[in-house]
Design a protein around this ligand. Structure first.
Ligand code: 15L
Length: 276
């Protein structure tokens, strides 16, 4: 795909692992990128890109950065499990600033959601995009809230949004769980490009995983946005097979290690009908 968006694209979280890869990959396509992060951008700027150090809590600056942009790729905020107070500002108030900016600009949002919004689903239960939220911590909860914020802005204000429930986006899978959840950097970049260039998206959900035969996930809106993953974790299967933890809870649920962080339940885990 060589098409170039007609308006600049705002990329938050540009200095993070995924942001850096996206800045490079989308910059190489000739896209005009407005990059921002709370920490400095560590790489050479792609041609035509600008970088502004900004806090997502600062709504005025977010509005200014989004001015003239047609798309916001929102990868900023806290990206792993943290105490509630640390998640609140960047992931809840910050996301509100992103959606207000999108509303004012008539821009579309790609929200980097996470599998941790549904992390307490059993690994053996294949999920579609309309499954219940089952957050496995404050971080996952903020991602569920973020997806719902997108739905509200779509119904109430017509702001389009693509909610990507990212599995595990790393250069390569690093444990057996990632044979199911891995998303290659290149598939992620192609997904961001497709979501930006699609004619219409409405408010939709995409499972952010490569074409892994051991996937936990099924139906989503990939046909609507014209994205199909091209990579797969399958070739890493033999290497990763033994890389499992000795924690039965962690191995039971899709969210893996996040489900057991600060886990204080003493009774046996709930059954499949999760509230019994
Ligand atoms: C995420 O949401 C995190 O951002 C990432 O660091 C991984 O922990 C990933 O989930 C995962 O579940 O593997």
């Amino acid at each position: 795909m060589t098409e170039i968006p007609t308006k600049p694209v705002l990329l938050t979280g540009a200095s993070g692992n995924l942001g850096r890869h996206l800045a490079k990959a989308l910059g190489a396509r000739g896209w005009t990128l407005v990059l921002t992060d709370i920490v400095p951008f560590p790489d050479p700027l792609p041609p035509g890109a600008t970088f502004t150090k900004a806090d997502l809590n600062d709504g005025v600056t977010i509005l200014r950065l989004a001015t003239g942009c047609g798309m916001i790729l929102h990868f900023g905020g806290v990206s792993t499990e943290h105490p509630f107070e640390e998640v609140l500002g960047p992931n809840i108030r910050g996301l509100y600033h992103i959606y207000e900016a999108a509303r004012r600009e008539g821009a579309r949002v790609l929200f980097a959601s996470s599998n941790h919004s549904i992390g307490f689903h059993e690994r053996e239960t294949p999920l579609d995009d309309d499954c219940q939220f089952m957050p496995d911590g404050y971080y996952g909860l903020s991602k569920a809230y973020g997806e719902l914020m997108g739905r509200m802005y779509w119904f109430k204000h017509g702001v389009e949004n693509v909610n990507v429930r990212i599995g595990s986006s790393f250069p390569e899978p690093i444990d057996a769980r990632m044979l199911s959840t891995w998303l290659s950097y290149d598939d992620l970049a192609r997904l961001c490009a497709a979501a930006t260039l699609a004619e219409k998206t409405g408010s939709c959900v995409i499972w952010g995983a490569s074409a892994n035969s051991r996937t936990y996930w099924r139906h989503d809106a990939r046909e609507t946005i014209g994205w199909l993953p091209q990579d797969s974790a399958d070739p890493f299967a033999a290497q990763m097979a033994g890389k499992v933890s000795d924690n039965a809870i962690q191995e039971r649920y899709q969210g893996g290690g996040y489900t057991v962080m600060d886990y204080t339940r003493t009774a046996p885990p709930p059954g499949k009908l999760f509230n019994r």
